[in-house]
Structures are given as structure tokens and as C-alpha cells.
Design a protein around this ligand. Structure first.
Ligand code: ATP
Ligand code: PRP
Ligand code: MG
Length: 282
């Protein structure tokens, strides 16, 4: 099983770190190396441009791929499926035009020119609305094009909005909302290894923002402690050998930890430990 991972750019590091946290660290990766093994002898990693990853997966050079939904949608392969939202690289693909110009709706672009790194999605956007706009493909610095008379509007990625703002461009419409996702070729979607990788990545996301609380208490205080514990499922309760005490373990949201500690302490808990959770397989 081969996973295509971005070789550089803003989603490279988080992708590598997610694999690591999922228990699939890349073991012999080095700068500029295009192949690497993981600790699982059946899983290797291939490094490619974020924009090329859907193609690698579709063609069989890789089986799974980690890249932006925007890239997968732009590539438009019908044998590449999204399996899991990895919850980073969140951004929007938007139609934008000069703030002080006369383009206020997509319909104002009839007969006009739109520059983009996403020609297929842009074409589709205008075709769906029966707007006859010319789409010009560029490979970067798209925000410049309306200021050098190359285009009347652009379709480009935005997240903080800073680039649009400094280039005095206003958002007219959203074309696509995107995040980094795990993709698979249709014929491997049901493979056991695919499911193992998906589960491992999902377990990291599930553990995000959660803490594990452990405490001891006299058995007679157990009900009072149960009453003040928030969140998912009931606590795990274990006998403490040779004592009329119990150990109580529970998964709690980060945001609830402070209050929960105070409350369980008041309810009679002691020896309270808070630990991070690396993975949570649901
Ligand atoms: N400003 C942004 N904020 C959040 N996510 C973004 C942003 N720009 C791009 N992305 C997401 O990251 C993916 C890869 O973008 P990135 O810029 O890392 O790749 P690249 O353009 O190929 O690399 P580079 O710009 O370094 O050459 C995009 O497909 C998109 O999903
Ligand atoms: O809303 P913002 O936070 O300002 O982000 C938007 C910018 O980020 C991306 O460019 P990137 O930095 O990847 O440069 P690139 O054109 O070289 O890919 C995108 O193409 C925008 O230009
Ligand atoms: Mg970029």
C-alpha cells in the first residue's frame, strides 16, 4: 500500500506529523527523497506535489493520497474517493474581483476574463450559471492579474483573507469549501489496509482536544463523582485491590478539564491525574 503525501508547501509538515501521530511514522525520509518506508512494512510513502496527488492515486502510482479537496475536485477523477476529512488546510476557493470595480455578481462577468489556478472548477462554475466568461489559467500570484489587465476577476484560495485584502480584491462568491482529506482509489476503498490507515488517522482526530482523567475515591463517593463527570460515555470504574476504594477513569473535553477536576475533588476524589490522549479508536 502506497500513500502519496505532499512533498512541500504548507500541507507537507502537518501531513507527516499526522502520520506519525497515527503510528505510521516515515522512517527513512530525507530532504528531496521521493520515496520512504513507514514502520509498517506494508505501507510506504511517495512524495508528490499537492496538485499531482489525485493523478498519482487515479493512475495507481499510489493507492491512497493526502491532499486538499480543492485539488481532488479540480483533477476530477471519478475513481478517486474522499475517505476522511483530516481537518487541516481549511480554505475556500472563491471568486473575487477588484473592490472598487463594477463586478458585483458572477453575472457581471459575462464576456469578461477570469484568471485561476483551478480552470476546471472555474469553467464548471460559470457553465452551471450559463455565464460566458473566458477562463485563463495561471500557475500562481493570481491576485495580481486583475491589476495588470490580464483578468477582470479571479478564482483563488483564501483562508485568512490577507492576500485578497492587500490586493484590494473583494469576494463575490464561494466556489468550494476545502480541507485536506484522505483519498483512495475506488478499487482499494474496501481493502483491509485502507481501513487500517483510515482508522489510524481517524483515531488521532478523535483524540484531539480530549484529555484522560484518572482518580481514586472511596466507593461511597462513586455516585456523587459520576454525577459531576461530563462528556462521552460513563466512566470506567475499577476496584483498587484490598481497599474499599475505586479508580475512576474518564475521557473529558479539554474545555471541561478545569471545572471537572474541581467538581470531582469536591465530590471526594483524590490522586487526580490528567494525561493527553494520543489516539482514540472509536
Ligand atoms: N492560504 C491557505 N490556507 C489554507 N490552506 C491552503 C491555503 N492555500 C492552499 N491551501 C491548501 O493547501 C493545499 C496545498 O497548497 P500549497 O500552497 O501547500 O501547495 P502548493 O501551492 O503546491 O505549494 P507551494 O505554494 O509551496 O508551491 C491546497 O490545495 C489547499 O488545499
Ligand atoms: O487568505 P490568505 O491567508 O492570505 O491565503 C491565500 C493565499 O494562500 C495561497 O497562496 P500560497 O501562500 O500557497 O502561495 P502560492 O501562490 O505560491 O501557492 C493562495 O493561493 C492565496 O494566494
Ligand atoms: Mg500555494
Amino acid at each position: 500500500m502506497r500513500i502519496a503525501v505532499p512533498n512541500k508547501g504548507r500541507i507537507h509538515d502537518p501531513s507527516i506529523s499526522l502520520l506519525e501521530r497515527a503510528g505510521l511514522p516515515v522512517v527513512d525520509g530525507a530532504d528531496r527523497k521521493l520515496y520512504a518506508d513507514t514502520v509498517d512494512p506494508d505501507v510506504s510513502v511517495l512524495f508528490a506535489r499537492a496538485a499531482d496527488i489525485p493523478e498519482y492515486v487515479a493512475d495507481g502510482a499510489a493507492d491512497l493520497g493526502i491532499t486538499g479537496l480543492d485539488q481532488a475536485e479540480e483533477a476530477g477523477h471519478d475513481n478517486v474517493e474522499a475517505l476522511l476529512d483530516l481537518e487541516f488546510g481549511e480554505c475556500r476557493l472563491v471568486l473575487a474581483a477588484p473592490e472598487d470595480g463594477d463586478v458585483e455578481t458572477p453575472y457581471d462577468l459575462e464576456g469578461k476574463t477570469v484568471a485561476t489556478e483551478f480552470p476546471r472548477l472555474t469553467r464548471e462554475y460559470f457553465d452551471e450559471r450559463n455565464i460566458d466568461a473566458e477562463v485563463v489559467e495561471v500557475t500562481g500570484a493570481t491576485e495580481l492579474t486583475p491589476h495588470v489587465d490580464m483578468a477582470d476577476a479571479i478564482v483563488d484560495i483564501t483562508s485568512t483573507g490577507t492576500t485578497l485584502q492587500v490586493n484590494r480584491l473583494a469576494i463575490i462568491d464561494e466556489v468550494l469549501s476545502s480541507s485536506v482529506q484522505l483519498f483512495a482509489r475506488s478499487d482499494v476503498v474496501d481493502d483491509e489496509k485502507t481501513e487500517q490507515v483510515r482508522t489510524a488517522l481517524a483515531s488521532v482526530l478523535a483524540a484531539d482536544g480530549k484529555r484522560y482523567l484518572m482518580m481514586n475515591a472511596d466507593r461511597e463517593n462513586l455516585d456523587a463523582i459520576r454525577d459531576v463527570i461530563p462528556g462521552m460515555g460513563g466512566p470506567t470504574v475499577m476496584d483498587v485491590a484490598g481497599d474499599d476504594k475505586v479508580a475512576v477513569h474518564v475521557v473529558v473535553d479539554d474545555a471541561d478539564v478545569f471545572e471537572t477536576i474541581n467538581r470531582v475533588k469536591q465530590a471526594g476524589a483524590s490522586d487526580i491525574l490528567v494525561t493527553e490522549i494520543e489516539r482514540l479508536v472509536e
